[in-house]
Design a protein around this ligand. Structure first.
Ligand code: HEC
Ligand code: HEC
Length: 390
């Protein structure tokens, strides 16, 4: 009995320090680590990819028109909802809600749209293959703007500023509702291409590190660096959250529960089917692309691995965009990390993530690292403000 107590008293502090003290090993990056770390830096961000399906994507006037439309509540059935109601500039273009609420309550969490123009696919399940075709869906969706293409087209031609801008950009040759509707999407896309993330504390750290890395720098704390180490090594986060936007733009099943009362979302399997059926896709008649420009749509990966798979979101600004996951299932970063640590069995399909065995202190360090990814927009301020009449 006494012996048991002695053993307990001996091991207890060791156990507790194992659980909660920062690991005493100094972090030093090997060559492989440095390659991985540098690959995540915002300085690696390439110029925006051209969207061949949208000839107006880099047209400045189209961006100005799109900016007005993005904030204009008249584009909704009750004149109370705009894109910015859910994608709020002050919240890094999210809404802080578990599930979106427009005219009604939807079924998904509102993702940020900062840097989204680098993605070939849109929505959690990737059911849209261009940013302009994505922009059309909320306008007609009952729980979002609840309007329709005829009303939206009508509004453009009843408003002098809008009709002048529209004619200047697109010409006034076609009065076909679908053509006008798709041009509205193209202007909204041109505007959103301005929303680009800038340097975070993490990027400043990467700038500082030369190939002969030492630990003298003061930009990241010990725990933040330890978290970065977990992110690129033991935690395997970099397998999916990679590149300067921390996303591989692909679809994965991470074993999330569906929200009570809802069936689990089929994810990419359904998304790709819908993208191929969409009359506004890259191959459709409203697209400006040639057939050979539509490789993503034609050759998109298919198969059982995409059951329940959702698009890997960016982790830039993650600490400002709670709650998380496609249905807002997890309220905090700590819960997200717990989820990956356990890697539960998926409800449908197969969870690709593996249990991680992170100690409590390591979970805290990983979270500390994610908090260094606050990346203020490099976008000129005028693009982030609503309309004067708002
Ligand atoms: C009622 C809230 C709401 C409104 C209004 C709304 N959105 Fe969204 N937005 C969402 C939600 C929720 C999603 C994710 C839905 C999904 O994946 O099924 C989303 C997804 C997106 C995406 C894709 C992001 C990604 O990660 O792929 C873009 C881009 C976007 N919205 C732009 C817009 C534009 C442009 C408008 C206005 C025309 C708009 N949204 C109106 C809530 C909203
Ligand atoms: C197998 C690929 C994969 C791996 C590995 C992975 N993630 Fe993810 N991550 C995703 C996908 C896909 C989602 C969206 C899942 C969903 O909503 O269904 C996601 C979502 C997230 C979110 C929420 C983002 C948001 O805006 O809602 C965070 C935070 C996150 N991951 C952090 C991590 C961290 C930290 C690790 C390492 C411990 C990690 N991820 C490992 C693919 C991955």
């Amino acid at each position: 009995m006494k012996k048991g107590l002695l053993i307990f008293l001996f091991f207890c502090p060791i156990y507790l320090s194992w659980m909660y003290l920062p690991s005493p090993i100094p972090i030093s990056w090997d060559e492989d680590d440095i390659i991985k770390i540098k690959s995540l830096s915002i300085s690696q961000l390439k110029p925006l990819p051209v969207d061949p399906s949208n000839s107006f994507s880099d047209n400045e006037k189209a961006a100005i028109f799109g900016h007005m439309l993005f904030f204009d509540k008249r584009l909704s059935k009750n004149s109370q909802i705009s894109c910015a109601s859910c994608h709020q500039p002050s919240r890094m273009f999210t809404d802080g809600k578990k599930i979106e609420e427009g005219l009604g309550v939807g079924i998904k969490n509102t993702p940020t749209i900062i840097g989204i123009s680098f993605s070939p696919w849109f929505y959690w399940n990737g059911r849209k293959d261009s940013q302009w075709s994505q922009a059309l869906e909320p306008l007609e969706s009952n729980h979002e703007h609840g309007s329709n293409r005829s009303l939206v087209a009508q509004l453009i031609f009843e408003d002098n500023t809008y009709s002048n801008l529209y004619n200047e950009i697109f010409g006034n040759s076609s009065k076909n509702t679908e053509v006008i509707f798709s041009n509205i999407g193209k202007a909204l896309a041109a505007y959103q291409r301005k929303l680009i993330p800038g340097e975070s504390k993490f990027d400043k750290y990467v700038n500082e590190i030369s190939s002969s890395l030492n630990n003298e720098d003061k930009i990241l704390s010990y725990n933040e660096k330890a978290g970065l180490n977990l992110f690129i090594n033991k935690g395997q986060c970099i397998n999916c959250h990679n590149g300067p936007l921390f996303t591989n733009n692909s679809f994965h099943n991470t074993g999330l529960l569906s929200i009570p009362g809802q069936l689990p979302s089929l994810g990419r399997v359904e998304g790709l089917k819908l993208a191929r059926l969409d009359p506004f896709n890259c191959l459709g008649k409203y697209s400006n692309a040639k057939k050979e420009d539509c490789q993503e749509l034609t050759y998109a990966g298919e198969g059982d691995e995409f059951i329940g798979a959702h698009k890997t979101p960016t982790l830039r600004n993650i600490s400002l965009t709670s709650p998380y996951m496609h249905a807002g299932q997890l309220e905090s970063i700590a819960l997200v990390i717990d989820h990956y640590n356990i890697a539960p069995e998926a409800m449908i399909g197969h969870n690709e993530a593996k249990p991680l065995n992170l100690r409590p202190i390591e979970k805290k360090q990983l979270e500390a690292f994610l908090n260094t990814l606050i990346s203020p927009l490099v976008t000129e301020k005028k693009w982030l403000l609503g309309l004067p009449k708002d």
